[in-house]
Ligand binder design. Structure first.
Ligand SMILES: [Zn+2]
Length: 209
C-alpha cells in the first residue's frame, strides 16, 4: 500500500540515520539479505489447482529479494498505530519476476476492478471454493488490467501486466472479515488474526494437480 510503503520508507530512513549515529546495526545489509522461503507443511483445506502468478516463479522458484516481501512478520514496520510488522500478502518484485504477465493463481469470478487508496488498481477474484484473491499495487494504470468484473478466470489465465514495482497478492476466504467499511478488500491488513493466508503456502500445496 502506498501509505504503508511511505511509512516504511520513513522508518527505514530513520533507522538508517540512527544506525549511523550509534554506529551499530546494519540496516542496509539486513534489507539486502535474502529472505528464506519457508517450505511449507500443506495448507489443510485448500483445493487445487493453483499456479504461480508469474511464469518465472514456476521455472525458478520463489526467491524474494527482501524480507519485506514475504508474508507475515517482516523486519518492516507496516503500521505505526498500532505498531505492526505484519504483511498481509506476498510481494513479487519486478526484479524477480520481470515486467511480465500476471496470471490468475486460481479460478474464480472477478468481483471488482477498481482503484483503492493504498491498493492502487486492483483485481478482486472470488473462487467457487470460497478462496479470495486480491492482486494489488502491480498495475500503474487501469489498462494494465485485462479482465472485467463478472468475468470468470481460470488458473493461469492472464489478468494483466506488472507495470508497478511489485505485485502484492493477498489471499483470504469469503467467510473471513476481509472487506473494510468502505467496501475495499483490505480489512485487517496490519493484523495477524487469520484473515490473511500465506499465498505461497496456499499455492505450493496445490501446484500442478
Ligand atoms: Zn505487500
Amino acid at each position: 500500500m502506498k501509505f504503508r510503503k511511505s511509512i516504511a520508507t520513513i522508518i527505514a530512513a530513520l533507522a538508517l540515520t540512527s544506525s549511523f549515529t550509534i554506529g551499530s546495526s546494519n540496516i542496509q545489509a539486513a534489507k539486502k539479505k535474502k529472505a528464506n522461503v519457508v517450505n511449507t507443511e500443506l495448507a489443510q483445506d485448500s483445493q487445487g489447482p493453483w499456479v504461480y502468478p508469474f511464469a518465472k516463479l514456476a521455472k525458478n522458484g520463489v526467491n524474494p529479494m527482501y524480507n519485506a516481501q514475504i508474508f507475515g512478520k517482516t523486519d518492516y514496520a507496516r503500521s505505526l498505530k498500532p505498531l505492526s510488522y505484519f504483511h498481509d500478502g506476498w510481494d513479487f518484485g519486478w526484479g524477480e519476476v520481470g515486467r511480465s504477465t500476471v496470471k490468475a493463481v486460481h479460478e474464480g469470478t472477478v468481483e471488482k476492478v477498481a482503484y483503492g487508496n493504498g491498493l492502487g488498481w486492483f483485481v478482486w477474484v472470488i473462487s467457487p471454493d470460497n478462496y479470495v484473491q486480491i492482486y494489488q499495487e502491480g498495475f500503474n494504470k487501469k489498462k494494465d488490467i485485462s479482465v472485467k468484473p463478472g468475468q470468470t478466470v481460470k488458473a493461469g489465465q492472464k489478468i494483466g501486466k506488472l507495470t508497478g514495482s511489485h505485485l502484492h497478492l493477498g489471499i483470504t476466504k469469503t467467510n473471513k472479515n476481509y472487506i473494510n467499511k468502505n467496501g475495499y478488500p483490505c480489512n485487517n491488513w496490519y493484523v495477524d488474526n487469520g484473515t490473511w493466508l500465506n499465498p505461497i503456502k496456499v499455492i505450493q500445496s496445490n501446484l500442478n494437480k
